[in-house]
Write a protein that binds this ligand. Structure first.
Ligand code: HPA
Length: 289
């Protein structure tokens, strides 16, 4: 008897399901965005400031997973930022909620089928690099996947992308440069760093944080990496921006809590929104070039 992985038909279905969800979204709006923004914990306010916006609850979009974490609203907002069409995900799902890697990246694939070519992925993170401070904004230069999972495991559907996607420039160097320039212009202090993704939901131990620092991580968080992998697979270029909402475990003499993560996100959200609004035209110009 020949053994083969069992998920072939579901991998095939994923494409059809992503197409169906994209078609549903297209029918709700005349806008045809090529840029997406995914907003992390406590960073949802950007979507509320969009022009000509259509808000679609995730619960209405066929196949969309529902976020269960506090601080994640669960709406896809298609609107305009400074006249540029954008699709904004107000909230995302995580592996720690019990979703499979394929479910976590389903929205990314829907965005890809919708015509998205550039994605700004934001998140909240713990600062691992000792020179960071809570409230700092950091452009993600690269990542370390410690989730123990990869959303591309299983049969490859070439309609999404190649079997072995290159991750060398996963966080587009030209987008990073554009974001650094815009931050400088706005007087926002910003740096670049490496994001380590861990499964959560428990925060890390102090020993784990020392380990992460040793292997070259500046930030730690529980999201983003599956989406970046799925985006890369589909040829979507990524800009990652992280808000350091707390210093990681064991650095300060205090326990970590989720409320601190949300509060810090709120505190820097104005700066964050300013940066997003400034970067979007740069990405739009780059797509046209
Ligand atoms: N660890 C993991 N994920 C996080 C943290 C943290 O300290 N802060 C925000 N997301």
């Amino acid at each position: 008897m020949k053994l083969r992985p069992s998920s072939k038909s579901s991998a095939r279905d994923a494409f059809a399901r992503a197409e169906a969800a994209a078609k549903f979204i297209r029918a709700k709006t005349k806008l045809r965005p090529q840029i997406a923004v995914v907003l992390g914990s406590g960073l949802g306010a950007f979507a509320d400031a969009l022009e000509t916006a259509t808000r679609i609850p995730y619960s209405r979009i066929p196949g969309f997973p529902l976020s269960t974490a506090d601080g994640h609203a669960g709406h896809l907002v298609v609107g305009q930022s400074g006249g540029i069409a954008v699709a904004v995900m107000q909230g995302r799902v995580h592996l720690y909620e019990g979703y499979s890697p394929a479910e976590v990246v389903f929205p990314t694939r829907v965005l890809g089928r919708l015509g998205i070519r550039a994605a700004i992925l934001t998140n909240a993170s713990g600062g691992v690099n000792l020179s960071l401070k809570p409230g700092a904004l950091v452009i993600v230069r690269d990542h370390i996947n410690l989730l123990g999972r990869n959303p591309l495991i299983g049969p490859n559907d070439e309609r999404f992308g190649p079997r072995f996607p290159d991750m060398t420039d996963a966080y587009s160097s030209s987008y990073r440069r554009a974001a650094l320039e815009e931050a400088k212009r706005l007087g926002i202090e910003i740096r670049e760093g490496v994001y380590a993704a861990v499964p959560g939901p428990s925060y890390e131990t102090p020993a784990e944080i020392r380990y992460l620092r040793t292997i070259g991580a500046d930030l730690v968080g529980m999201s983003t990496v599956p989406e970046v992998i799925a985006a890369c697979h589909m040829g979507i270029r990524v800009l990652g921006i992280s808000c350091v909402t707390n210093m990681a475990a064991g650095i300060l003499d205090q326990p970590l809590n989720h409320q601190e993560v949300l509060d810090t996100g709120e505190r820097v959200s104005r700066q964050f929104i300013g940066l997003l609004r400034a970067v979007i035209p740069r990405l739009a110009a780059d797509l046209k070039a």
